[in-house]
Ligand binder design. Structure first.
Ligand SMILES: Cc1cc2nc3c(=O)[nH]c(=O)nc-3n(C[C@H](O)[C@H](O)[C@H](O)COP(=O)(O)O)c2cc1C
Length: 262
């Protein structure tokens, strides 16, 4: 498959063949991640390969109870990682150097370091997705890894400047698998020319019309429209609240305002 075909045929896969992913396929997937563009060629991420059934079972619960996670032969945990670089800086005397050098000062990893490492991490992850797809291996991201920060930190022995950003389920397609292509918004509402354009209420209605057409008001449905129903199911739901709490805890730990000095 060429890249264009790979991009166009990929869909998220949540049912996997039982076969374990071969070492050579896994190596190619990891290699693809490593070859992704990376800020300053720093590779500001770590990738934890998970095959242990016990760990997969734990993650299927801690990531908003999604049983299919436990059935994926391999999970890749993508960690935004400034820890290695800062440990290296420190081991090489960069703190003292920065303090004595004109125009330089020492700073612990900050918000922009975190953001940059997240960019690196997700670009590497998507390269892995595309390589996997080209090898007949389907994948599904799990955003809920952002929940339960303290638990995941402990489970993977993460120091505070290595944060779990994305979990990727990987597994071969089962024979006869039917792909379901999920529509995207119309291009005019997503790609703007030169500057951002705030959409009017009418444009928003048009943008969401297809999604909204699936909403059916029934006696047991308290929402009056698609937006209310979606907000209740996703953005305002309990798992989103846990995600917000967890990310705030991660940010506090990252900035070192918590006692946690791991
Ligand atoms: C950041 C991110 C988080 C996601 N989290 C989940 C998840 O927790 N569970 C799940 O089943 N799918 C998850 N997905 C997959 C999306 O639901 C899927 O990409 C989307 O519905 C579009 O479908 P497609 O990938 O088949 O085109 C996630 C995707 C992304 C990019």
């Amino acid at each position: 498959m060429n890249v264009s075909e790979t991009i166009k045929t990929r869909t998220s896969l949540r049912i996997y063949d039982d076969r374990m992913i071969s070492d050579s396929d896994l190596d190619q997937i990891l290699e693809a991640a490593f070859l992704a563009p990376t800020a300053g060629n720093q590779q500001l991420y770590s990738i934890i390969v998970i095959k242990s059934q016990e760990t997969k079972d734990k993650l299927s619960k801690s990531c908003d109870n999604q049983p299919f996670i436990a059935k994926a032969p391999v999970l890749l945990l993508f960690v935004a990682d400034q820890q290695k670089w800062f440990d290296y800086y420190k081991s090489k005397g960069c703190e003292a150097f920065a303090s004595r050098e004109e125009g330089l000062s020492w700073e612990e990893p900050n918000e922009s370091d975190l953001m940059l490492s997240i960019e690196d991490t997700m670009i590497a992850a998507q390269n892995a997705v595309l390589m996997a797809e080209s090898l007949g291996i389907g994948s599904c991201y799990i955003g809920d890894i952002l929940e339960n920060y303290e638990y995941h930190k402990e489970l993977f022995q993460l120091p505070k400047h290595a944060v779990p950003i994305s979990l990727l389920c990987l597994g071969y397609y089962r024979e006869g698998h039917k792909r379901v292509y999920r529509k995207r918004f119309d291009k005019k509402y997503v790609a703007f020319e030169e500057t951002y354009r705030r959409l009017s209420d009418e444009e928003l209605d048009d943008m969401f019309a297809e999604k909204a057409s699936g909403f059916v008001k029934g006696p047991a449905i308290t929402a009056d429209n698609f937006a209310q129903a979606f907000y209740k199911r996703k953005t305002g739901a309990a798992f989103s609240k846990e995600m917000a709490r967890s990310v705030r805890a991660m940010l506090r730990s990252y900035a070192g305002t918590q006692e946690d000095e791991a």
